[in-house]
Design a protein around this ligand. Structure first.
Ligand code: EPZ
Length: 432
């Protein structure tokens, strides 16, 4: 178990290169097992959730060759099991894409019920609704989801919630079905569109991803492909917020500014300066920033995965801000940790009322989940004194080289073994 130790107060400046989108890579890696040939995926992030899913493919008899840190070659022609049930796979959320991929290709799947961040109940009723509409039966028993189908036939599916996971899983289950499938009220996130583009590069026929209606015409087979994953919208947003909270000046490389528009707009409302050019985006936040109101919503709304990082920045901004979390029912658990650093935040149901500006002070805090963990690091970067962030394995699930990238921007921080008091003392002496 490791932890970060951070000495706050240094404005972050310089360039950071953004990696591939974790939440696109999870769907794409699962989809790769549906091809009748080898698939090469480039720009995958080297993070724990991805590596766990790749290990799960190997356990199914799929050939997985790591060409380099960010490129993997997958060949599932010798797959010999449809049961994914390892301790590791039970810990990640993206495991559920194996249900859609195995069902869609082999008409059978036995996959451990998904884990994932504790930000609310994570039901899969919309996924099951889609699978059943295509003619499959689904059953949950012994901690696994069983899905079976004699035949898969296209259907008209109306999602009750614009669920990212259900949208991707129904695309996976329907690309080889007989006839057309229509998904109404789908999720439109960039990573959903990226999975659709990947499937089309293998010969699928999917139209309308990113719009209010997705149409999938079933095809006979899916061939091999080489595909590069889009940049991670949330990793980029996290570094944008790091520039804001430290009043720094950061240039993000390898981004798609269009995917970041809603985050850029919010930062400009707060008084930060944003400059876009091609595949890079600059964030400058020299002066005092003002509080704003934020309401999370499925894309193109403000991403729920940016809520903890943004709430943390708002704790240091002038004025009162109101943040409403409308996607998950308990995504404010980290606020208790922030309050120990001096933030003044009151939670009423799914709303946070933030009184600023507050100068944060360093403390020992614990990451409750992936994005909240990143938010606590941002708090430490701005706080006066030293902050220790524990349980950083949550952060390593979704951020590649997080501390290395922050240190290259000037952050005074280090990764040390949990509870290694000597290392903490040494760091404090070195950075005093
Ligand atoms: C994906 O989770 C992401 N995870 C989450 O990112 C992200 O927060 C979320 O989408 C929303 O953008 C991955 O892609 C691996 P949903 P997912 O289905 O698919 C309810 C991160 O930080 N719902 O869009 O689980 C659900 O409870 C992670 O990278 C149902 O009720 O999200 C939630 O309230 C955290 N029934 C809402 O819909 C269902 O069948 C949105 O969930 C499915 C979802």
């Amino acid at each position: 178990m490791s932890q970060y130790i951070i000495k706050g107060g240094t404005p972050l400046t310089g360039e950071v290169s953004i990696g591939g989108a974790k939440n696109a890579a999870l769907g794409i890696i699962a989809a790769a097992i549906m091809a009748d040939d080898s698939v090469t995926i480039e720009n995958i992030p080297d993070v724990r959730d991805i590596n766990v899913l790749l290990d799960a493919l190997t356990e199914l008899g799929v050939r997985v060759q790591r060409i380099n840190r960010h490129t993997v070659k997958i060949n599932a022609t010798k797959i010999n099991s449809f049961r994914a049930d390892s301790e590791a796979i039970r810990k990640i959320r993206g495991s559920y894409y194996l249900i859609g991929a195995l069902l869609g290709k082999y008409h059978h799947a036995e996959v451990a019920l998904p884990g994932g961040c504790s930000i609310g109940s994570r039901p899969i009723d919309q996924h099951e609704k889609g699978f059943q509409a295509l003619g499959a039966t689904t059953e949950k028993k012994h901690g696994l989801v069983f899905a079976d189908a004699e035949k898969l036939t296209g259907n008209h599916i109306y999602l009750d919630i614009s669920s990212v996971g259900a949208t991707i899983n129904i695309m996976l289950a329907s690309v080889l079905a007989t006839g057309q499938t229509v998904i109404e009220n789908p999720a439109k996130e960039p990573h959903v569109v990226d999975v659709a583009s990947f499937l089309n590069s293998m010969g699928a026929n999917i139209k309308g991803a990113g719009t209010d209606v997705i149409r999938i015409k079933g095809v006979e087979k899916l061939h091999g492909t080489t595909y590069s994953i889009i940049p991670d919208q949330i990793e980029a947003g996290t570094f944008m917020m790091a520039a804001a909270i430290t009043h720094g000046d950061i240039v993000l490389k390898n981004v798609i500014p269009k995917h970041l528009e809603v985050i850029s707009a919010k930062l400009m409302e707060m008084g930060a300066e944003i400059e876009e050019s091609g595949d890079s985006l600059r964030v400058r936040a020299g002066k005092e920033l003002s509080g704003v109101n934020v309401k999370t919503f499925p894309y193109p709304g403000f991403p729920t995965d940016m809520q903890p990082q943004t709430t943390t920045v708002l704790a240091t901004c002038t004025g009162t801000s109101v943040v409403t979390e409308s996607v998950f029912e308990s995504r404010f658990k980290y606020v208790d940790e922030l309050s120990r650093m001096g933030a003044e935040i009151m939670i009423e149901g799914n709303t946070a009322v933030i009184k600023g500006p507050k100068s944060l002070t360093g403390a020992t805090v614990s990451a409750p989940d992936l994005r909240a963990g990143a938010a606590l690091v941002l708090a430490g970067l701005a706080a006066e004194g030293y902050t220790v962030v524990e349980q950083i394995e949550y952060i390593e699930r979704g951020y590649e080289d997080f501390e290395k990238k922050m240190m290259e921007l000037g952050a005074v921080m280090a990764k040390i073994e949990q509870g290694n008091e000597r290392a903490i003392k040494k760091f404090k002496l070195k950075t005093a």
